[in-house]
Design a protein around this ligand. Structure first.
Ligand code: ZN
Length: 185
């Protein structure tokens, strides 16, 4: 089932998400719906707050970014109760966008290597290292479960330049191909 994506301005996007237990109601169904919603919206990652739930769950599929000519290996994974253990390396710029903030794409600086602990959909615990674009997508989704949006990481001057656009998104004055839920004004 494709779920509506909560837009910028919704308070759930600003909450610190809670860990969940293995008996969380219909978790397999929710994970399936999140993947379906992400693919329908042409995303490479989706976090639970973006579908209105403040729980520590996100899904990622960077296999979609694989191109034969590029030396890049993606993955498709579910991250439950993730904890970012550390980030390292020289910060690099990469253009990010967000399904909750349509039509805004900005280069954001983040460290290239991460170490993360999480449970997969079978509740197996993993501690893994990711780098480059794979790390980047995880960092973006991890921010969501901490109530942080990528625009928070913009330099203040640049951020001011998109303020009007953000206000429009808040009001629902934006064209998207996927269903969205805007703040009622
Ligand atoms: Zn996002």
């Amino acid at each position: 089932m494709i779920l509506p994506i909560y837009a910028y301005g919704q308070s759930v996007l600003r909450k610190m998400s809670h860990p969940i237990e293995p008996d969380y109601q219909d978790l397999p169904g929710l994970i399936e719906d999140m993947f379906q919603t992400m693919y329908a919206a042409r995303g490479v990652g989706l976090a639970a707050p973006q579908i209105g739930r403040d729980i520590r769950l996100f899904v990622v599929d960077t296999l979609q970014l694989e191109k034969p000519e590029k030396n890049f290996n993606g993955f498709k994974k579910v991250f439950i109760n993730a904890q970012l253990l550390d980030e390292s390396g020289v910060p690099w710029l990469y253009e990010e966008g967000c399904l909750s903030i349509p039509d805004i794409h900005v280069e954001i600086e983040r460290k290239p290597v991460i170490h993360i602990r999480y449970h997969d959909e079978h509740w197996k615990e993993h501690i893994e290292t990711y780098e480059g674009v794979n790390a980047r997508v995880i960092q973006h989704e991890y921010d969501h479960i901490e109530g942080i949006l990528f625009i928070d990481r913009m330099k203040p001057l640049k951020r001011r330049m998109i303020n009007r656009k953000l206000e429009k998104i808040k009001r629902g004055d934006v064209d998207t191909t996927h269903p969205m839920r805007f703040v009622k004004v």
